[in-house]
Design a protein around this ligand. Structure first.
Ligand code: SF4
Length: 430
């Protein structure tokens, strides 16, 4: 076999895993093609819907490219290997962890491999099709949230060593990436198995230098509010040039009884206290969150507590998910599930609030400084995870550098939205 196609579902950690497998094969002379001999499907099982979509795609490949041999990997391959093996053209079902490591992967495909071989990547150097690179710093989770299947398909938290990650950051900077997103399944637990802490890792990584990358930054992908400790916050506050002031902190619910039923380990007051602590050290940080609506036992007053908590947190963005019981989790048989119409209504109400809060947050950024990673088409992504419109001619005759520091202006648009515009603080010199 010489041609391969990759299809990825799910989270940033999965996208990282796919990239590692892609580099593993490309370095051995394989080529990517749409009509490929081998199709690697890296799956997700976080919701029943994610699993259904993956199975649908696998069946479609079997129909459309009957000669393709399919390798299914990822979380669905852990949770339902037998079902996947029965699908047409599926030849390998590899799961997560070791099963997905390059050496094992190559051997499964029938390639001869010497683990010491220089061509086998231990990390990634590219991130196909993206302007920002995702770097997986750990895998697995030691918690047991009632709605979540991830710990059973990814296992306990395992951290990658800081020096290996620093080398990978260097390689990505050499490859031209100027934003590196630290991702994993539970990144706040990075280092627990190594006797180290996430704050320590952030310090190490923010010191990384590369001659071709004067300016670059890190972003944390998703971190629990209770795990933004003094070490993490100290680096965020001390290196605003290196770490984006954006924290995606899953809330899940703003009601203490629902949080307890979800087996989450904090109260809404503790969550809000974490927001306040962070806000006192950073200039207008962006808080974004995941919220699950319609969890078992969520009554109208509990949902209103969620609305109140979201309002007080002042989220810049909320990802609203309707709860659906997931087989294999503690919450698979809910006692008092709200009816689907009610869940839809709550989802709509929270989404409406999310829109209002996002607009208010953008308006509040008027006059703030931010650093944008410049993208095509006169826009950039700010450290606070906002799209910012720029006029490239404002940045001198050579146009903007890959990262530019700007002053933000919040402008009301005719559609009733608030748009952020970025003006340079100083015109770049060629
Ligand atoms: S912290 Fe909870 S929701 Fe997040 S991966 Fe672990 S068990 Fe799942």
């Amino acid at each position: 076999m010489q041609t391969v196609r990759f299809i990825t579902f799910g989270c940033k950690a999965n996208q990282y895993d796919t990239q590692l497998l892609r580099e593993t094969l490309l370095r051995r002379g394989w080529n990517e093609a749409r009509e490929a001999e081998l199709v690697v499907v890296n799956t997700c099982t976080v919701t029943a819907e994610a699993g259904r979509k993956a199975r649908q795609v696998i069946r479609r490949i079997g129909r459309e490219t009957p000669t393709a041999r399919i390798c299914v990997t990822g979380c669905l391959a852990e949770s339902e290997p037998e079902l996947l093996r029965e699908l047409p053209n599926v030849e390998w079902v590899l799961g997560n962890g070791e099963a997905k490591r390059p050496v094992h992967f190559l051997r499964q495909l029938g390639e001869e491999v010497d683990p010491e071989e220089l061509g086998i990547p231990s990390g990634i150097t590219e991130f196909a099709g993206h302007t920002r690179a995702f770097l997986k710093i750990q895998d697995g989770c030691d918690k047991a949230c009632a709605f979540c299947i991830i710990p059973s398909v990814r296992g306990p938290s395992r951290s990658r060593p800081a020096d290996e990650l620093a080398a990978e950051v260097r390689g990505l900077l050499a490859g031209g990436f100027r934003e590196i997103v630290l991702c994993g399944i539970h990144i706040g637990h990075w280092g627990r198995d190594l006797g180290q802490s996430l704050g320590h890792l952030l310090e190490c990584l923010s010191e990384v230098e590369h001659p071709s990358a004067e300016d670059w930054r890190l972003r944390l992908s998703s971190i629990e509010a209770t795990e933004v400790d003094d070490g993490v916050l100290g680096v965020l506050a001390g290196r605003p040039d290196r770490i984006a002031p954006h924290l995606h902190m899953p809330l899940q619910s703003g009601d203490d009884a629902v949080l307890a039923a979800m087996n989450r380990w904090y109260t809404s007051a503790q969550y809000l206290a974490a927001c306040e602590r962070i806000r006192s050290r950073l200039d207008r940080p962006a808080f974004t969150a995941d919220v699950l609506v319609g969890f078992d036992g969520e009554e109208e007053p509990s949902f209103e507590n969620t609305l109140r908590t979201a309002r007080e947190a002042g989220f810049a963005r909320i990802h609203v998910f309707p709860f659906s019981p997931r087989p294999g989790t503690a919450a698979e048989r809910p006692l008092r599930l709200p009816d689907p119409g009610l869940v839809r209504e709550r989802r709509a109400r929270l989404s409406e609030l999310a829109g209002e809060l996002a607009t208010a947050y953008r308006r509040g950024l008027d006059g703030a400084r931010d650093r944008i990673v410049v993208e095509a088409g006169g826009v950039g992504l700010s450290g606070r995870y906002q799209r910012v419109r720029i006029d490239p001619t404002d940045f001198g005759s050579t146009g903007p550098a890959p990262i530019e520091e700007v002053e933000l202006g919040a402008v009301d648009t005719a559609e009733g939205e608030v748009e952020l515009r970025g003006r340079p603080l100083a015109v770049s010199t060629p």
